[in-house]
Design a protein. Sequence first.
Length: 209
Amino acid sequence: MLDFKEEQILFSLGHKSIGALDEAGRGPLAGPVVAACVLIGPDFKILNKKLRLVNDSKKLSQKKREELYTIIKNEFECGIGICDHATIDRINILEATFLAMKKAISALRQKPAFIIVDGKFPITNLSLKQKPIIGGDGSIFSIAAASIIAKVTRDKIMMEMHEIYPEYAFDRHKGYGTKTHIEKLKVFGPSPIHRRSFSPIDKMVKFKK
């Protein structure tokens, strides 16, 4: 089980609440980037034993992620922020990720006293105190919980996109650049939700012009 050491250190320093952030969807060729912020307080205890299985969302099966998603949503306040493909193309994926994270924080009813975020970069233009943690989604409970919320939320969005654009098989790859996805792109060209600023989509769009 992932521990609470990082959170406990921050609580011992006097921070009254912590918002843990992670994202899903930085790498895909299509769809949005989704961020989640999970809020915890110093008195939280793991009462539901299934929460001991919380880990980096990439290390869990779809079934386990979805089960933990429901439990996490019931146990914690969670904020979700989304930036669509058009915003990603306009401001770049890193800035869109930061914007999604700020939206996730704003979606919480209570503002966190301190933010911990997966990755090596601090969120730009954020007034809250924060700490970026490389590999946080695989080592820190609250960030791993946020990774699950973000991943399941994004997967649900991409399943909805599959209903609209079934020819791209988004249900199979969720927009990532798999062999199947690239083959579909060669046949059908980019859909309205593909990221025009990402390779090889940018080359396809230029070729069509």
